[in-house]
Design a protein around this ligand. Sequence first.
Ligand code: ATP
Length: 327
Amino acid sequence: MTAAAVHVRDLRKHYGAKRAVDGLDLTVHPGEIFAVLGPNGAGKTTTVEILEGHRRRDGGEVRVLGEDPGAAGRAWRSRIGVVLQSTDDHAELTVRELVHHFARYYPDPRDPDEVVAAVGLTDKARTRTRQLSGGQRRRLDVALGIVGQPELLFLDEPTTGFDPEARLMFWDLIAGLRDGGTTILLTTHYLDEAEHLADRCAVVRDGRVVALDVPARLGDRAQRDAVVRWREGGDAREERTATPTAFVTALAYRLGGEVPDLEVRRPTLEEVYLALIGETDGAGVAGTAGAAPPTGATADGPVREPLGAAGTPAATTPSAPSLETSR
Ligand SMILES: Nc1ncnc2c1ncn2[C@@H]1O[C@H](COP(=O)(O)OP(=O)(O)OP(=O)(O)O)[C@@H](O)[C@H]1O
């Protein structure tokens, strides 16, 4: 069996009394796009920063490309790509200059001009980065994340602020990277993004994974009952059923043909998600709401080795120089 690209068991991180990550388990397979969903403050960024080696953990077991990110060195760092929520560093450099600058940190970079083209910024190659729009800046962030030809790419809320067209182009770009063999872990608040891009996704709530599956089956979505609505004798009627075809066939027979205002629907990913994070009681979702955390280790893991003095990797590492988290 191929080793996991990312393996996390019982991850724990607290800030004072706040348990930001509280026993989180997940596994990302090589070559997949894995989306981490969850409300504000759920612990997504903290988790991703620990996986990137940018933040210490308090407990649990973490392996990223086979190594502990807290102890891994420069060679490991050159195998991962990081796209953080945007920074304004190097505002006076042009797009082309910045991508070339980053390429020099890696042992086997992609051709920087090809990377600029791949993210659709050839027209802006000679533009200073401070003059880019938000969506263009985000594409530049991705260019910086992929120029080192990473095996594993971390994307933190990559399409926040994108217009619909830019988002579709970005999705194509990310899917193309996956098709080229890159493993991608992304956090997102957009359920359509997870549904469109992700091979599997995890929903994080209060620092734990409360559901993990392919989007179509998340939270037992496929097993949840369908809701059939129709009008009968002037009244709106509704029925939940696991066998909607049989139900509608019987209904049509009983009503003697066409069923007025017939509607059959299964829960959307959004409805299942809102039930999982406790924003709804599941009333809008047929079937059982919520989900138990998946199985995983429950014992506290070892306390990890310390990072550098500031809790961030050494500034000489390839992806660190301008993309360090400011938190
Ligand atoms: N440096 C920090 N110091 C103290 N508390 C922090 C720090 N970073 C995060 N937290 C807290 O930890 C919890 C998890 O934060 P985190 O940023 O990981 O959540 P998130 O799921 O990424 O949220 P968002 O979707 O808003 O980005 C939150 O309650 C947050 O306030």
